[in-house]
Design a protein around this ligand. Structure first.
Ligand code: HEC
Length: 111
């Protein structure tokens, strides 16, 4: 009887070791790798080649350092000119960023 138990235990141990070492690696479904700088309009992408996307990102990231996001359509393009002029100086934007944020503001200003 003892031998039978020992045999059984050995068999069980072998079965466990065998099944563990022969597990196939889990298959990870391959997903397409998304580019970091995509052209998704609703993600803040400061380096986007689309001025409106970059402009929006600048507006949402750099123009909210001192105050909440201002409602762009509260001012017309004309009214925005002096405001933006002083704000881009406050935000220390470079020429490209100024151009991008200006295009974004103009596209969304009060008509
Ligand atoms: C260094 C701080 C600072 C930064 C950066 C900044 N602002 Fe301002 N902004 C102010 C202050 C101070 C006021 C006046 C108080 C207020 O309205 O909150 C103001 C006011 C405004 C107003 C209201 C103007 C009015 O006539 O009522 C708008 C619109 C505005 N900012 C847009 C922007 C935009 C767009 C940017 C990014 C290009 C920006 N701000 C970045 C400090 C800043």
């Amino acid at each position: 009887m003892k031998k039978l138990v020992l045999l059984f235990v050995m068999f069980a141990a072998f079965a466990v070791i065998y099944s563990c070492s022969h597990k196939t690696a889990p298959t990870i479904p391959s997903r397409p790798v998304e580019a970091v700088t995509g052209n998704k309009p609703d993600t803040a992408d400061l380096s986007s080649s689309d001025p409106l996307v970059a402009g929006k990102a600048i507006y949402e990231i750099k123009c909210t350092k001192c105050h909440q996001k201002k409602n762009i359509s509260d001012w017309t393009q004309e009214e925005w000119k002096p405001i933006l002029n002083s704000m881009v100086k406050k935000s220390k934007l470079n020429d490209l960023e100024i151009s991008q944020v200006t295009q974004y503001v103009n596209a969304n200003a009060k008509k």
